[in-house]
Design a protein around this ligand. Structure first.
Ligand code: UT7
Length: 334
């Protein structure tokens, strides 16, 4: 019997039905399909019906996750929601999800880690398994990015979509589960990707609304350069620390912000296409949901199997960097 680890024993996803193509966006902002495809790799993204909050899609992903595992919501000990688009500042989205799914015995909280949020929430949830405090932890990455986009800003509104993904963490002693993680934040990155309004710095006023301070802002080129460097640096460092090389890795589950960032990181790490999950063409950047969505794509394609060495990696607002190495636990997926 191997040491105790936190294993991913189920996955659930919720992708809203409504699809917005690049051509749809070109109808109301000065952009075109060719620019978006070649600069980002995005062809279309899914968006919620207006007025749908994050807790609703998060709860759907959570229900899907629990149903696939065949366990009752009342068995869940803890719910962690990674999001930058909570329904409201408080209560935490985790509380709203707890009520929606009927997880009567669970406690919970939210994590604001932006695009690295899911990896942070996953490693945080794993700690409660490793201490023995909990047996079933639900980790959710969910964002309704369309609620914070400025649809007059072509440099940001074309990049994002809405989605939610959830994993269940349980104790395992079969060698599978989280092996290690490496996280980093660099607060000098704050002015390059942020939403200035609504918090204690710029509480909402007519002026903050007029100045569109409640929408996401980004210096894309700066974030791009940081992301390319950090993806490869962090992933390579974590592999080396555990005595692995790119050859040992079976599947790379990168955050999906830009296909060019993924390709550049992949090239620096020297790993072939067959080991990298890319689905940004269909979903765009769904912030905290990209990595569970990538797991879903890998499972759909039969590329994620029991015993595989998988790596999640993300870079996002903060700046935040999150990387985790997992020995995949087999579970049924259809
Ligand atoms: O997940 C969170 C982390 N975020 C990221 O990782 C995002 C990182 N950054 C990026 O993905 C890329 O920087 C972007 C996709 C945001 C932008 O791509 P870029 O190659 O860095 O373009 P750019 O910002 O340098 O802009 C190039 C040109 C500009 O025109 P001029 O100034 O050269 O005339 C932009 O105005 O492209 C123009 N442009 C557009 N044109 C058509 C910017 N957005 C658009 C657009 N449609 N949507």
């Amino acid at each position: 019997m191997s040491q105790l680890r936190a294993a991913i024993t189920s996955l659930g996803l919720h992708v809203p039905e409504r699809v917005v193509t690049n051509a749809d966006l070109a109808k109301y902002v000065d952009t075109n399909d060719e620019w978006i495809r070649t600069r980002t790799g995005i062809c279309e993204r899914h968006v919620v019906e207006p007025g749908t909050p994050t807790s609703v899609i998060a709860a759907k992903a959570a229900q899907d996750c629990l149903e696939r595992r065949g366990i009752a919501p009342s068995e869940v000990d803890l719910i962690i929601v990674a999001t930058v688009t909570p329904d409201m500042f408080f209560p935490a989205t985790a509380c709203l999800v707890q009520e929606k799914i009927g997880a009567t015995k669970a406690w919970g909280f939210d994590i604001s880690g932006a695009c690295s949020g899911f990896v942070y929430a996953f490693t945080m949830g794993a700690q409660f398994i490793l201490t023995g405090a909990h047996k079933k932890v639900l980790v959710i990455g969910a964002d309704v990015m369309t609620s914070i986009l400025d649809y007059q800003d072509r440099t940001t509104c074309v990049l994002f979509g809405d989605a939610a993904g959830a994993v269940l963490l349980e104790p395992a002693t079969d060698g599978s589960g989280m092996l290690d993680f490496a996280h980093e934040v660099d607060g000098t990155g704050a002015p390059f990707l942020y939403m200035p309004g609504g918090g204690s710095l710029h509480p909402p006023t007519h002026e903050t609304v007029d100045q569109k301070l409640h929408s996401l802002r980004q210096d894309g080129a700066h974030v791009f350069k940081y992301a390319v460097r950090k993806f490869a640096e962090s992933a390579a460092g974590l592999l080396a620390r555990n005595g692995f090389t790119g050859d040992d890795l079976d599947i790379f589950l990168p955050h999906q912000a830009n296909i060019r960032i993924i390709n550049a990181a992949q090239e620096r790490m020297g790993i072939p296409d067959s080991k990298v999950v890319k689905n940004i063409d269909r979903y765009g950047n769904t912030t905290a949901a990209t990595i569970p969505l990538a797991m879903g794509t890998a499972l759909d394609e039969g590329r994620l199997k029991a015993g595989n060495l998988a790596m999640m990696a993300a870079v996002g607002a903060g700046f935040t960097v999150g990387t985790a190495l997992v020995r995949w636990t087999g579970f049924e997926w259809s």
